[in-house]
Design a protein around this ligand. Sequence first.
Ligand code: SAM
Length: 351
Amino acid sequence: MNNLSIIINKLSQQHSLTNDEYKMLLLECSKDDVDHLARLARKETEKIYGKNIYIRGLIEISNYCKNDCYYCGIRASNTSCDRYRLTDDDILECCKEGYALGFRTFVLQGGEDPALTDDIICNLVSKIKELYPDCAITLSLGERSKESYKKMKQAGADRYLLRHETATAEHYALLHPSKMSFDNRIRCLYDLRNLGFQVGCGFMVGSPEQTPDMLAEELKFIETFKPDMCGIGPFIPHVATKYHNYTAGSVDMTCLLLSIIRLIHPCVLLPATTALGTLAPNGREKGILSGANVIMPNLSPASVRKKYMIYDNKLSDGDESASALDSIKNKINSIGYNIITSRGDVYKPKK
Ligand code: SAM
């Protein structure tokens, strides 16, 4: 056995590697090694979740944002961004359409919009829960106080997605203005977990100035934090950001990371993201064949979809659109998987 085979064996048996071993995997895998890792990852997914792919209806509720993340197209200082905020009625209409299509999870995502107060969000969550008690609600509304998260949990929210963006504090400081803090982002993740949310973290692959050491640190972070969900997708430049002429992250590297993350933490819910689908025609299928088991088609009203442009050319219609569910189902079936109508909660092994 060569060194890489020993490392791959160790990963699939112990679910843990040193940072140097992670780095070796990322830098030295041959095409055969990548395929082998993907096969092992699929096997792990199937042991827990079978051939089922969970769907989430993504509703992008507002593109107002008080933050200025340097890479993001809806950052506060992008004056060319056409801002919108959905009303409760708009959002309930999306849920109605989604429910009829078979969605049993609604993901309410938005920029950090100061107008979305705790009362407004909690009211909305309660209304959705009242109308659709068999559905899960995932929120993805950025950093808030523990008190605010607590109210949302009490109102009925089940899950919260907050990508940590990078597990290296210096890298975080490079990608964000000084008033945003890495420590606060991580604090949010732990608060959410302690409040009983199913918690999702995540990072961009190939983000500006990211190094292999940083990617190894990402994998170590996943190993220690053990998120219920993990959203990773390639960084894609946006024309109105200072990184507009940077190269996008790679689809192959994202897929390799998906496989490794599945092997580190087999029960994690792992989406094949829109960013993957934006960069490659079969990006979503490639993600699933690398170990992903969740997709998040867009349920937002057609009139606002193009306004939630966090990176250039972000897909929002065609198979990204929830209304194209039949076509999505066919594509997923063609690679041997099935889309199912269920909340799709994370599997928690009994201790
Ligand atoms: N405001 C919420 C938050 O901070 O978590 C959710 C909205 S935020 C726009 C959703 C995610 O978009 C971010 O966590 C980030 O990883 C991703 N994103 C932003 N700009 C991106 C880019 N240029 N390329 C790829 N992903 C990007």
